[in-house]
Design a protein around this ligand. Structure first.
Ligand SMILES: C[S@@+](CC[C@H](N)C(=O)[O-])C[C@H]1O[C@@H](n2cnc3c(N)ncnc32)[C@H](O)[C@@H]1O
Length: 228
């Protein structure tokens, strides 16, 4: 049975604070997670995308890092939370933000779509249509990278259980995400677990890439491409 959908309009004012409460033991600065994921996206995209979308951008925390990592690209953000998009606009002048399912949501073809922490909020039966809509909006040869909480990590599960805006969360295993990609017509290109080492232990950070196959990271990512 589906859990009642969380309305992110209710969490715009304390989103960062709640995030800090849950993840402060790992990094005191919640912006670390945004920068970290964008760094992985940058590393995984060898070409220079012209149009980048962050699907489910929330209050726009990842946008400044996407702008810095892809300076030649036009960056856009979308969400289903009006209040989150308002904050994202205020914080990121010059970036186009739009509501999912509005007229504008199908009008551009993107070379890259970045998705962080969104799919576990999408009701299970709506995930494939959501993935298919990403496929449709991607230019041939373009790619999507999705970051998700790692359901195999007990600490991650506890953080999700304790977080008020995760009340509707149904975590997905990497294999489920890959199945969604394949069913939507994508070719899966890469996958790794991540967020093993806190930034307070910088000398261990180079280990992160080597640990990617261990299902113990706080999160994981899967990248897939739309065939040419
Ligand atoms: C945990 S927040 C993550 C926000 C942002 N990606 C980040 O990393 O800070 C999840 C976001 O997904 C959005 N969301 C949920 N279902 C969605 C859907 N079907 N389409 C687009 N966004 C959705 C929510 O409104 C919320 O802003």
């Amino acid at each position: 049975m589906n859990k009642p959908k969380v309305d992110f309009d209710q969490y715009t004012q304390n989103y960062n604070e709640l995030l800090r409460e849950g993840t402060g033991f790992f990094s005191k600065n919640e912006a670390y997670f945004a920068e970290y994921k964008v760094k992985i996206a940058r590393r995984e995209f060898s070409s220079e995308p012209k149009n980048v979308l962050e699907y489910g951008c929330g209050i726009g925390r990842n946008i400044p890092y996407l702008r810095a990592a892809f300076p030649g690209a036009t960056i856009s953000g979308s969400d289903i939370s009006v209040a989150s998009l308002e904050i994202a606009r205020q914080e990121n002048p010059g970036v186009e933000f739009f509501m999912e399912n509005s007229d504008i949501s199908g009008s551009t073809l993107y070379d890259m779509i970045f998705v962080a922490g969104v799919f576990h909020h999408i009701p299970v039966e709506q995930r494939l249509p959501a993935m298919m809509s990403l496929h449709k909006r991607l230019a041939p040869g373009g790619a999507v990278i999705v970051f998700e909480h790692n359901p195999f990590n007990p600490v991650t599960r506890r953080i999700v259980n304790d977080c008020p805006f995760d009340l509707d969360a149904v975590l997905l295993r990497p294999s489920e995400l890959k199945k969604l990609y394949t069913a939507a017509g994508f070719h899966v290109e890469g996958h790794a677990y991540c967020l093993f080492v806190p930034p307070s232990l910088p000398f261990l950070l180079p280990l992160e890439e080597r640990l990617g196959k261990l299902p113990l990271g706080g999160q994981y990512w899967v990248k897939a491409v739309r065939a040419l």
